[in-house]
Design a protein around this ligand. Structure first.
Ligand SMILES: [Zn+2]
Length: 247
């Protein structure tokens, strides 16, 4: 059946000498793999639309097996992401995480919308760590492994929350934090951010101002948390850590 989708390219690989197989996260049908015939030929009309990060309108012949991309038109190419190695690295990371956590042929317009907004933010602004963390938290939730952030993960208390525990999978109150010797003490405003990350869409955020050292702390906590509960190896993380060393 011939169908039209809006989507973002999550993955591409060569197929034979001239074809490509692309994985598209479509708004209407979730994740879908399709062959783009001739996309590796320089003059192919499918070549521009079959690149990583491209957001486009795709005309796809959908079959039970491998579908076929017939046509495509670019909605957003995220040019500034392509031109900046740090932006490329972080965009690759969230794209890879999305690929691992969204389902084949099962739509999730909310996640799709958050991904578009996150890519737009990375493309247009220099500071993008907070939107990135917000999006990651939504994906953790989608994957069923989001941390408990509204109450103490041990006793359920909602006040006097003081720290974040990777081992326990969420926040701990002032009485329970000794159960994890590695729990990280966080200020009330940082603990509140976890709630915002989980429950608030990026469209509702103007600017959250967070100190650089706190952004780094959150980045480290999110990586460690993902390693503990996420389960899928991410190639892009290796690239990111190499870039971080260069900075
Ligand atoms: Zn407690």
């Amino acid at each position: 059946m011939l169908r039209q989708f809006e989507g973002i390219i999550l993955k591409t690989r060569d197929y034979g000498e001239t074809h490509k197989i692309v994985t598209i996260f479509t708004k209407e049908l979730g994740k879908l793999s399709a062959i783009a015939r001739g996309a590796n030929k320089p003059k192919s009309k499918l070549s521009a639309i079959s690149q990583m990060f491209i957001q486009g309108d795709f005309l796809v012949y959908v079959t039970k097996g491998l579908s076929t991309v017939q046509q495509g038109e670019i909605i957003a190419s995220y040019r500034y992401i392509r031109e900046d190695i740090l932006k490329t690295a972080y965009a690759s990371f969230i794209i890879e995480l999305t690929d691992k956590l969204v389902d084949e042929r099962k739509p999730d317009p909310f996640i799709y919308n958050q991904l578009c907004q996150t890519l737009t933010w990375i493309n247009e602004k220099d500071e993008f760590m907070i939107p990135l963390l917000m999006y990651e938290m939504k994906l953790f939730s989608k994957g069923g492994f989001a941390p408990i952030v509204d109450r103490c993960v041990n006793c359920g208390r909602t006040n006097t929350l003081t720290s974040f525990s990777i081992q326990e999978g969420g926040v701990l109150c002032e009485q329970c934090y000794p159960i994890d010797a590695r729990a990280v003490q966080l200020s009330p405003s940082l603990l509140k951010l976890f709630k915002i990350f989980l429950h608030v869409g990026l469209e509702r955020i103007g600017n959250i101002s967070v100190k650089k050292q706190n952004k780094q702390l959150l980045r480290t906590l999110f990586n460690e948390y993902y390693d503990e509960y996420g389960g899928f190896y991410l190639k892009s993380r290796k690239f990111l850590s190499q870039i971080d060393l260069l900075q």
